[in-house]
Design a protein around this ligand. Sequence first.
Ligand code: FE2
Ligand code: FE2
Length: 414
Amino acid sequence: MPFTIAHVSDLHLSEFGDTFHDRLRIVSRSARIASTDEARFETAWSEAGWRVLRERGKRRSKVALIDPDGYAHGVPSLKESGGLHDPVERAAAKACRLEARRATTLARHLPSNGAARQMWEATPRNSNVRLLRAAPVIGEVDAVLVTGDITDDGFGYELVEAVFDRYRKAGRLWAVPGNHDLFLFPLRGSGRPRHTHESKRNAWRAFATRIGLELDPSGGWFRHEPDASLFVIGLDSCVRQRRFYRHNGYVGPEQIAFIRRVAERPEFKASTHRLVALHHHVVPLPHGVGRRAPPEIGMRLDDAREVAELLDRIGVTAVLHGHRHVSEQRQPAGSNFTILASPSFTLGCRSGDAPSFWRVELDAKMHASRVRVPVDAVEVDEESPEDAAEAPADDGVDGAPEDDVADDEGLSAL
Ligand SMILES: [Fe+2]
Ligand SMILES: [Fe+2]
């Protein structure tokens, strides 16, 4: 029996399932905790920590929707809600829709496949829901490997743990971080409060610990599966965020030293399959048949050449990555390793193809087959944030303008 790995990537999970790749549907909420002064506002509806508030004593008062963390969300208009007249009902319906798709809610009680399908029909672009739709396609494997962009902006790790719980418990849920997990974005997301570099790194490290990875101080980790003659090295290709070219990756000298040390281990040398997982790609990839590899300013791995040469020298058999949302298997010229690029398991492939993953079978040889998830790809904005972040001028992470639903005046603006 071969040892099988599901190589998935770029889940882009988030608190409510919105992603930077789908900016139209970002869940806007107030920048600060909304003021909910009881003398001025009465609670018209509440459930699971969500509240719909109405200003007291006004005949045609407007209502506000407040989430469990105290941030205000916009109330859908009559038209947006499909003709619901009562604004309280409109707000409550939105609260229910958001709450049902929250990573924490879904992780607490994973919906059945049928329930997940219904949620997907109502909100087909929601990445949290799309993970639930995609996961059953994996079927029976021995390990799940996620090559980064686990989250869209550092929130939602609990959902991947819940979905792949049996692999986590067996020590067979392996992951490396991506730029979305560790870098900061100059764009508005739904996360409140916003992450810092430190809080993002802490969230990743806490997740890595919960799934049983022992991170070396350099950021790397390794696993040995003697029965499968398999050795896996996981690398953090996001050890620094550059001021310009903001989403370029970097493995860095400390991890290069770590790779060298690990390669000296007898179990590494003795393994038939020596896999390396990292988020960024070591060679540029076209987006599909007949297309050229796009320019990659702001996307590439800064020390790709050095890393690729080292991996080849120590006899790595396969390099597995994500990041470009492109599905490709290749044997790059001048090297001996195979590359497996996995697209987004939730959003799909840049070629327009459906989401997919690589089912990697290891026995005497490695055999990888592409398994598609039978849902449409989400058309990602060609000017995706990762590309937009190429612009060197855009460096104002914390000074980014906020066009949120409720401003600093909180409910008084309603
Ligand atoms: Fe990604
Ligand atoms: Fe990425």
